[in-house]
Write a protein that binds this ligand. Sequence first.
Ligand SMILES: Nc1ncnc2c1ncn2[C@@H]1O[C@H](COP(=O)(O)OP(=O)(O)O)[C@@H](O)[C@H]1O
Ligand SMILES: [Mg+2]
Length: 254
Amino acid sequence: MSDASLITRDLTIRFGGHVAVNGVSCEFRPGELTVIVGPNGAGKTTYFNMISGQLTPTAGRVEKDGTDITRLAPSARARMGLGRAFQLTNLFPRLTVLENIRLAVQAQTGEGWGFFRPVSRLTALEDKARHYLEATRLAKVADQPAAELPHGDQRKLEVALLMAMEPDIYMFDEPTAGMSLDHAPDVLNLIAEIKKDKTKTVLLVEHKMDVVRALADRIIVLHNGELIADGDPGEVMSSRVVREVYLGQAEGAA
Ligand SMILES: Nc1ncnc2c1ncn2[C@@H]1O[C@H](COP(=O)(O)OP(=O)(O)O)[C@@H](O)[C@H]1O
Ligand SMILES: [Mg+2]
């Protein structure tokens, strides 16, 4: 028996003639934060989309705790504990920050909308919602409509909603992209906090090297849709193949 919580086997997707992800086999374990790196267009987001269910692979499979989830809808995967940071389109834009978090908590606990819920349970929901509001340092914007938040706070709200779902697998795709320097540390501290819980599996797409160094237990490298390196952060980042990929890109950009 594998101790992996998430496995991809020969995961492949073709868009017309272009193979965006090509035969990626990889296992992810609880207590491990894996950073996925690779140049723009390497297939990182597409790989995530096939794991979370936004895209159906051309070939290969995705397994969570030994169950084949390759053909399940994203919502079914989320109910099984597979958590992808919400995109802004998943927010209720006219509801406040706190109301959005409350709905995510409610979805996670399976509470319905009945009139006759005991007050004690409503209080527990409210306490949890406040907890995630404060954990993500959004208390000062609790009553603002989600759509009116500055970009950095919206990204934090996405993380708050993900935490409120209490998944056992967390997926972050460039969580600090476009975020100002005063917001990014909050989000990275939250990820560091999640990582301390050794029952959680964390996948993080990130290219800022200081972030990678601070958080990665393991690094995998995608290049042209293929997994070209996998292992200890120090070894992977100093390997010849990875240096070629990154130096090649740096020269191209210069
Ligand atoms: N829906 C799509 N239709 C066609 N091509 C796509 C689609 N999504 C991604 N691609 C292509 O797949 C490749 C990988 O993209 P992506 O996964 O976004 O890379 P990364 O996240 O590593 O920058 C790119 O060449 C991109 O243009
Ligand atoms: Mg991407």
